[in-house]
Design a protein around this ligand. Structure first.
Ligand code: UT7
Length: 333
């Protein structure tokens, strides 16, 4: 049986930097609150008229990943695209990537697992490679959050958290024993579906019904922040433990931990729990906010660009988010 490994990575974030002070001009918030509770200093928000969307940013990140893999677009066998903020209600953004990159008519699959979207997408790609069906799979996470946020004081608990951006990897067939993706682990618990959600417009409440009630703001993201936080720290830890146990490894074996960038406090809690040093964890939520499905590939790529991931390193990835969904990936670089 084959295994898979990352052969190329890329990320793209819009130029437009939005600081906490910028937000305090739109809503009743302040730099101190945001930094203390989340660690975020600034985020990137797409500027109106720039042309960027989740698919456009995803394609930009993908182009870099394909080039760094030493491949051309025609070498890619399949696309997996994760986003909670796609350009259209349907079709999903995967087909746009195929078109934007002028790729052959390969399959394109859309994954809707929010903050865990990239972990799920990697797992799907890994299975296709393991079975021998595909050799090179493009895996993308991209989000255009800023246009869908309630940027008034009413929405401040959520609006200050999210940023726009995209990250991509090429996952390729691996011939070297003990290298690449060692295992992936996926979970969900739908009884908490509404605790972090955007409920409309949906088939249950389509646009005309929504417009009848001006007080119905269910098209904005809602998050039960404290409940999500409590579950996140538990599930992050479980997912890491599960990945280590499955590979007969211990926390001492971890060289680099890349957490989904939901809140610096969550990452720090997990870091302490696993007794990891600052050099063994990569965080960049300070500069990009929470970019949901894009956060892990952006962080992974940036850590690698900074030389923090080396050949032979054990890299552990974990995510938790809306669904609830959570999961992990264990990789030998
Ligand atoms: O990526 C998906 C997974 N997401 C997560 O894992 C996020 C998990 N949750 C969190 O990170 C945190 O719950 C938040 C950062 C979202 C919120 O932090 P918190 O410490 O749980 O704050 P809170 O919601 O309990 O609010 C505390 C206070 C409230 O005021 P009162 O009621 O104590 O007077 C809020 O109204 O802070 C107020 N507040 C704000 N103040 C200034 C809420 N948002 C803001 C804000 N600026 N942006």
């Amino acid at each position: 049986m084959y295994s898979s490994k990352i052969t190329g990575m890329g990320f793209y974030v819009p130029d437009n930097v939005v600081t906490n002070d910028d937000l305090s001009k739109m809503m009743d918030t302040n730099d101190e609150w945001i930094q203390e509770r989340t660690g975020i200093k600034e985020r990137r928000w797409i500027k109106e008229g720039s042309g960027d969307t989740a698919a456009v940013m995803g394609a930009k990140a993908a182009k870099i990943a394909i080039e760094r893999a030493g491949l051309i677009k025609d070498d890619i066998d399949f696309i997996v695209f994760a986003s909670l903020s796609p350009d259209y209600y349907f079709p999903g953004g995967g087909v746009q990537i195929q078109d934007l990159l002028e790729m052959p008519t390969v399959g394109a699959l859309d994954v809707r697992n929010q903050c865990t979207g990239f972990v799920y997408s990697m797992s799907v790609a890994d299975q296709f490679i393991k079975t021998g069906m595909y050799k090179n799979v493009l895996v993308i996470g991209a989000e255009f959050h800023s246009k869908g946020l309630d940027k008034t004081t009413r929405g401040r608990t959520v609006a200050v958290l999210f940023g726009d951006g995209a990250g991509a990897v090429v996952l390729s067939r691996n011939e070297e024993a003990g290298k690449g993706v060692l295992s992936t682990h996926l979970h969900s618990q739908g009884k908490f579906a509404k605790e972090l959600s955007v409920l409309t417009p949906s088939i249950q409440k389509w646009v005309p019904a929504l417009m009848e009630d001006p007080d119905d703001l269910s098209y904005y993201p809602y998050m039960n922040g404290q409940l999500v936080f409590k579950h996140a720290v538990v599930r992050f830890s479980e997912a890491i433990e599960e990945g280590l146990t499955a590979n007969n490894l211990t926390k001492e074996d971890i060289d680099m931990f890349i957490p989904h960038q939901a809140n610096l406090r969550i990452s720090q809690f997990v870091q302490r729990r696993f007794k990891l040093s600052d050099d063994q964890v990569y965080n960049n939520i300070m500069y990009y906010g929470n970019t949901t499905a894009a956060s892990i590939p952006i962080a992974l790529c940036e850590a690698w660009e900074k030389g923090k991931i080396k050949e032979g390193d054990l890299v552990v990835i974990a995510a938790f988010g809306s669904g609830f969904t959570w999961g992990s990936i264990v990789m030998r670089w």
